[in-house]
Design a protein around this ligand. Sequence first.
Ligand code: MF3
Ligand code: CO
Ligand code: CO
Length: 312
Amino acid sequence: MLKANDPCWCGSGRKFKRCHKASQERLRPGAVSAPRDVPPHIPRPDYAATGTPIRWDEPRVKSADVIDRMRRAGRAAAEILQLAGEAVDVGVTTDELDALVHQACIDRGGYPSPLNYRGFPKSLCTSVNEVICHGIPDDRPLRDGDLVNLDVTIYLDGVHGDTNATFLVGAADPESRRLVRVTRECLERGIEAVVPGRPLSDVGKAIEEHADANGFEVVRAFVGHGIGEQFHTDLQIPHYYEPRLATIAEPGMTFTIEPMISMGTGQHRLWDDGWTAVTADGSRTAQFEHTLLVTDHGAEILTVAPDREHVG
Ligand code: MF3
Ligand code: CO
Ligand code: CO
């Protein structure tokens, strides 16, 4: 049994009683504001009114026209994620970030894809500390040392662009910073593993190896997905090695890679809201996501922001 002043079992070097892993207070649900309005001139996805997307057999290899529109939606999503990330600060609520992202989508003529997708109540997913994904923005002010993932998806020109990143709030502890860095590297390694003619199982293999080598666990319950005119298609990209995934990467395919990596267990629990997925042991997680296009040589990242230094 560890005593309060012993070094923590997790190897952080901090006293057990002060270690983020041992003493971190669990997150609790906050108050959720009313869904935000989208002006009538904004084109909406099919589920906007009903909450239920119409499933159809969308081609996995996209036409030049769809790819062109996906580049624009991807750029817009990346730009909005960057804006939202710049607004992250101690004391800012996730509801305020939701308002910012909601308006930024509308300003670009787009619809915030999460809004009423399968009933999701807000325009952005905000996942704090032990929340793995699908956190609902609420009135909790971000605290010094928190981790927050912002997952932005915009429906623009009839297609979706989906991207997320994890941000440090104020001064995060070294182990949280390492988690964020390793998770970003997991996404990068997953992207490098996209090679036309190779099975898509290479992606999860590369990600899982890097997480393992760093003593972290991959969350297996949530996977990358095909994307295009639909937010989520039937194509699934696990972030762990799944030898049964025989699908071969073909130029023109579009999908996301979005690894969720945990400091502790990769097992999850759902809150009563039906959305918020947290780690079973309360340990922190991080996630990064890009929407990708398979090219003749590898992958093109569609969710990149135009370099603002050269604008204006
Ligand atoms: N953007 C998430 C993803 O990466 C999906 C969010 S679904 C929502 O796939 F309903 F929560 F918005
Ligand atoms: Co996604
Ligand atoms: Co996303």
